[in-house]
Design a protein around this ligand. Structure first.
Ligand code: NAP
Length: 347
């Protein structure tokens, strides 16, 4: 090969854009970030692509931007040999087999921080709704069942000055605790490790799991879903709670044994519960929880505000583009992969 030909080949290689696949329609500002650096295809719909389409599209891609509803597992790895980054549009990554991807040198990124405040707001919306019977009250009005005012009508639980216990006091848990300060609440928390900063900043007190359940008026689950937290809130845990307690779950559905929660709510311990997340999503209409007056549900909308979803998509897009263009990812889940195997064009 003579010198000019070698130069042409080099140039063509340098101008080859990485290929990205985006598994759902995302806000335009995020799409533009990807379009500026990648050739991309997008499943341009609000509903997920059929699995076989998703896997076929991933097969062509160097990187994918996915939703927490996409399973990224051995089947995905087998179907997508080129992929070197999976950018998850969510902070929780229980949908992704991170050890398997790490072993293959595939970078995983998530979207922490940008959704913390919105999710903490929703946790509080659920807490207040369950404590003060907001949904039950609305249904009573709708059904024409609002009788005369009387001293014992629709009594709820006091929030101001009560004790809140947060299981999983990380970014979101701490944001929930900050709001609790304004309600003059005593704050308990349980993590695997103590968090001195949280204790200093919010006067939070560490408790063993069982003690937190016994002492709290409000128990909030805000852990990731892991092998350790799967089924953590079961019949035993509910039996330790007060008969006036309110349980709130914004973590993942599988941290709760739903059938145990149904029985516990029927018995009145805890007094009420609220959840943004379910074992199966969307949860079926005949989920027994939905027929209980002391249960409030929302359809996994913790981060669902326009600003937050735009910020999540933008962060996921930046992570994807950075990884595919040789720049450090902003929020890696498995940073050990970077930059050894990921360096642009070396795989
Ligand atoms: P984070 O900052 O990593 O906080 C997680 C906390 O859980 C950490 O403080 C961690 O502390 C604690 N933890 C982990 N394993 C535990 C265990 N076995 N027992 C007790 N505590 C444990 O994460 P984040 O940003 O706050 O998000 C937390 C989770 O919320 C996500 O993973 C996701 O599942 C969920 N989420 C839900 C929504 C929604 O829409 N409902 C939105 C966003 C996030 P240690 O490591 O010391 O144990």
């Amino acid at each position: 090969m003579n010198a000019p030909e070698a130069k042409r080949v080099t140039l063509r290689f340098a101008m080859t854009k990485p290929r990205a696949f985006i598994s759902r329609r995302i806000p335009r500002s995020a799409l533009e970030i990807i379009a500026s650096a990648c050739d991309y295809t997008m499943w341009d719909d609000l509903m997920p692509a059929p699995r076989d389409h998703f896997l076929r599209a991933a097969a062509e891609a160097d990187g994918v931007l996915v939703m927490p509803t996409e399973r990224i597992d051995a089947e995905f790895l087998a179907a997508a040999p080129r992929v070197r980054v999976v950018a998850n549009m969510g902070v929780g990554y229980d949908n992704i087999d991170v050890p398997a991807l790490t072993a293959r040198g595939v970078l995983v990124t998530n979207t922490p921080d940008v959704l913390t405040e919105a999710t903490a707001d929703l946790a509080w919306a659920l807490l207040m709704a369950a404590a003060r019977r907001v949904v039950e009250g609305h249904k009573a009005i709708e059904a024409g069942a609002w009788g005369a005012w009387h001293p014992f009508y629709m009594l709820g639980q006091d929030v101001f000055g009560a004790t809140i216990g947060i299981v999983g006091a990380g970014r979101i848990g701490a944001a929930i605790a900050r709001r609790a300060r304004a309600f003059n609440m005593r704050i308990l928390y349980h993590n695997r490790r103590r968090a001195p900063q949280l204790e200093a900043a919010l006067l939070a007190e560490y408790r063993a799991f069982d003690d937190l359940l016994r002492e709290s008026d409000y128990v909030v689950a805000a852990t990731p879903l892991t092998a350790e937290t799967r089924g953590l809130f079961d019949a035993r845990a509910f039996a330790l709670m007060k008969d006036t307690a309110v349980f709130v779950n914004i973590s993942r559905g599988a941290v709760v044994k739903e059938e145990d929660l149904v029985e516990a709510l029927k018995r009145g311990r805890p007094w009420a519960a609220a959840s943004d997340v379910f074992a199966v999503e969307p949860t079926p209409r005949d989920n027994p929880l939905l027929s209980l007056p002391n249960f409030v549900g929302t359809p996994h909308i913790g981060s669902a505000t326009l600003r937050t979803r735009t910020d999540m998509a933008t962060l996921a897009a930046r992570n994807l583009v950075n990884a595919l263009t040789g720049q450090a990812p902003l929020t890696p889940v498995n940073p050990e992969v970077w930059p050894i195997k990921l360096a642009n064009g070396l795989r």
